[in-house]
Design a protein around this ligand. Structure first.
Ligand code: MOS
Length: 750
């Protein structure tokens, strides 16, 4: 049964005692006491350690390795190079399905980007492997790399297997701009960013014949199984992935990366378990990144401040050997009402690793440019930025004309502005100072993210003693899936959380889809809930057809489950414990299956997006340009809230990432060598506590009867959208300087 095929919208959710509760993370105590075992914590008997030797050039080939020196080092067991790497069943450049990216797996001597693995040293200790990798001292034939958006050949998006970036439009943009009373044309640049999950990509690989056990962090275990099966020529079901905890993913663990596969190859080569943990620097290259963008926006407005045209052109980068586009323009298709919209993407091919999904891929970078340009146009029109946004409020999805499944954005604007104290903000910049003489500025941005859903499966069991088990191959990157999904599971089965055993994070459980696109709660949660409904339906059949039950004759739809009992809907005084129903029926247990996927009819009929409004205050030293975000208020509407504590935490995380995007993150490469200048957390800046403002996240109520069975829209990525633009707009409001190149650093204010 498909959960989304049940009519009745959000009303159909069985909400008992768990959903909606602000529970703390159920895995929290394990994590803070060190008992949660992450991938790299595993060390099966006989495990060898592997270290990557990575390229110090960005383009060319390896002409020599000092194999003898590495092999002679005490403790080194083997050196894996293109000369002896295990044969693969399929070349890793061969694309055999969606979401397949080309990987560098020692198939030849070519170097396609800096930090590309060129050999793997396997040794008895990590120290020996690391020293062995150093001793290899590769020699190269180097070519000049293409680095930076001006360096490569421009091409337009091909099919990328992960959805093409939107090339869409409606109306006549040129006519709209020509007729406008006020126009803005501006170009915004965003820097390349790297995911920098706290936990590096790690893999502990154990072969048993042609069966592989892999401890590795994954946002998509079933996809990883498929990719590995193709590469090794074995069956997906012969690959067992354990991924109960991730120290962050942000998209970088959505697809299996080259180094994770290299660990499996190394284990094959030496016939022993192998553990490989990428160093921080090695995370810059083979694991994806957010591509830089140069976005040109042209906006026009009539004398009342209503948009007449919106043109959003993105130039971004892909690698020289694969196709991934940061689809920045998508936000302009859905956010503001405009009679004419055009969105286009182009990219250049650069000698870098292939970019990848990174938290709010497209929306994050696109929102920066759109929210800045909207702010510039509001100023040109002499309108308050909030009034301007309200004047251009999209009652239906601008590009398609479809109604929104729900949209409480107006309420987000209202509650956010009120809490922030937006009213009375001076229109002109440089009008406010604090007691210390610092310039104060207020800015805002609209947050948006699509409500996505994938396909997920779950199974459940209810036992004679009234306890239950729900399990599926879901993933927790730190977002709280262990808790939120268990809450849904308990209510789905109609039992208290204490009576539930909840399992996830392993590939031998039902495929729960990918934890990405902010769609995991909707997908995995939908499957879980459907599995619970399956069992409750069976239980209801047993009870309502049994003359000995107080529920006899109520009919399957005439009962509901909560707290471990079935109740008659028309007479709450008549109920029966699950244990009694099962005992009389002589059943030791009931098992159920659940499946959830997007409903194509609803997808076609409705636009589905979460929305929010973010308000920022910054303070800038007028002499030094030093700036701080001092306050952030975000008000978000994302459908049903499963756990307000965890959702608030997700919004905080997203908003802090917005601070990071606005003021800190910038992967710098030497254009001559293509090598990273800051592939470490000392020089690649992310906000520390001192950079983190006072924050408030307001959970705006929103009912959505059609988005999915649970009525949830997802909260993982939206917080970063809106925030970066709000901060940039606040910097302008404080200083009168419009910085269009991100991150905003103090040199740009002097
Ligand atoms: Mo996300 S970038 O969908 O992990």
């Amino acid at each position: 049964m498909s959960a989304t095929s049940v009519p009745g919208g959000a009303e159909r959710i069985r909400q008992g005692s768990s959903i909606g509760q602000p529970l703390t993370r159920r895995d929290g105590p394990l994590k803070v006491t060190g008992r949660a075992r992450f991938a790299a914590d595993h060390l099966p008997p006989g495990t060898l350690h592997a270290a990557l030797c990575v390229a110090r050039i960005a383009k060319g080939r390896v002409t020599g390795l000092d194999l003898a020196a590495a092999e002679a080092h005490p403790g080194v067991v083997a050196v894996m190079t293109p000369g002896n790497a295990p044969k693969l069943a399929r070349h890793p450049d061969q694309k055999d399905g969606p979401f397949v990216f080309r990987l560098d797996l020692l198939q030849d001597s070519a170097v396609r980007y800096a930090n590309q693995p060129v050999a793997v040293v396997i040794a008895e200790t990590l120290e020996a492997a690391t020293e062995g990798a150093r001793l290899l001292a590769p020699r190269y034939e180097a070519e000049s790399p293409r680095i930076g958006l001006d360096a490569g050949t421009v091409f337009t998006p091909p099919a990328i297997g992960v959805g093409e970036p939107p090339e869409e439009g409606r109306g006549d943009v040129e006519a709209g701009l020509g007729a406008a009373a006020r126009t803005v044309a501006a170009t915004y640049e965003t820097a390349a960013q790297y995911h920098n999950a706290m936990e590096p990509h790690a893999a502990v690989a154990v072969w048993d014949g042609d069966r592989l056990t892999l401890h590795t962090p994954s946002q998509g275990m079933a996809m990883a199984q498929g990719r590995l099966a193709g590469l090794f020529g074995i069956r997906p079901e012969d690959i067992h992935i354990e991924s109960p905890y991730l120290g962050g993913g942000f998209g970088s663990k959505g697809m299996v990366s080259g180094p994770q596969v290299l660990a499996c190859m190394a284990a094959r080569l030496v016939g022993r378990p192998v553990k490989l943990v990428a160093t921080r620097a090695q995370m810059y290259g083979p694991m994806g990144h957010r591509a830089p963008t140069r976005q040109t926006l042209r906006l026009g407005a009539d004398p009342d401040g209503k948009l007449t045209a919106l043109d959003h052109h993105t130039l971004t980068a892909s690698s020289a050997f694969d196709d991934f586009f940061e689809p920045s323009g998508g936000v302009s298709l859905t956010l503001y009402a405009s009679p004419a919209i055009a969105v286009r993407h182009e990219a250049v091919r650069l000698d870098t690793g292939t970019p990848l999904f990174m938290r709010a891929p497209g929306e994050a970078s696109g929102s920066v440019a759109l929210e800045s340009a909207v702010d510039e146009l509001a100023q040109a029109c002499g309108l308050d930025p909030l009034a301007f946004r309200l004047a251009n409020y999209a009652e239906v999805e601008p590009i398609s004309g479809r109604p929104f499944s729900s949209k409480a954005l107006r309420e987000c604007y209202r509650q956010g502005a009120e809490r922030f104290g937006w009213a009375g903000r001076p229109l002109q910049p440089r009008q406010m100072r604090d007691a210390d003489g610092l310039l104060v500025g207020w800015g805002m941005g609209t947050a948006t993210f699509p409500a996505l859903m994938f396909e997920g499966n779950a199974r459940a069991e209810l036992r004679a003693d009234g306890t239950g088990t729900v399990e599926l191959g879901a993933h927790d990157m730190g977002q709280g899936a262990w808790t939120a999904l268990a809450q849904i599971a308990a209510d789905g089965l109609g039992i208290p959380l204490e009576r539930l055993t909840f399992r996830m994070g392993a590939s031998n459980l039902p495929n729960a889809g990918i934890a990405g696109g902010s769609g995991h709660t909707a997908t995995a949660g939908g499957a879980i809930h459907a599995a619970g409904l399956d069992i409750i339906g069976q239980l209801a059949d047993l009870a309502t057809n049994d003359a000995a039950s107080p529920l006899y004759g109520a009919g399957n739809a005439g009962v509901e489950a909560r707290g471990g009992r079935l109740y008659r809907r028309d007479d709450e005084s008549r109920s029966e414990r699950f244990e009694e129903i099962l005992a009389r029926a002589g059943r030791a247990s009931l098992s159920g299956q659940g499946k959830a996927s997007a409903d194509p009819a609803a997808q076609k009929a409705y636009a589905m997006h979460a929305h929010g409004a973010v308000f920022a205050e910054v303070k800038v030293d007028p002499d030094l340009g030093q700036m701080r975000v001092t306050r952030l208020v975000g008000a978000f509407a994302a459908g049903r809230i499963i756990n307000p504590r965890l959702v608030t935490s997700q919004y905080y995380g997203g908003m802090i990432w917005g601070v990071s995007f606005a003021l800190h993150e910038h992967a710098a490469m030497d254009p001559r060598t293509g090598r990273f200048l800051n592939d470490n957390l000392a020089a690649y800046h992310v906000p520390v506590n001192a950079d983190t403002p006072a924050m408030e996240a307001i959970l705006v109520h929103e009912d959505d009867a059609v988005v999915n069975a649970l009525g949830v829209k997802g909260v993982g990525e939206i917080g970063i959208t809106g925030t970066t633009g709000a901060i940039a707009n606040a910097v302008w409001h404080a200083t009168g300087i419009r910085v269009r190149e991100f991150p905003i650093t103090l040199d740009k204010l002097l």
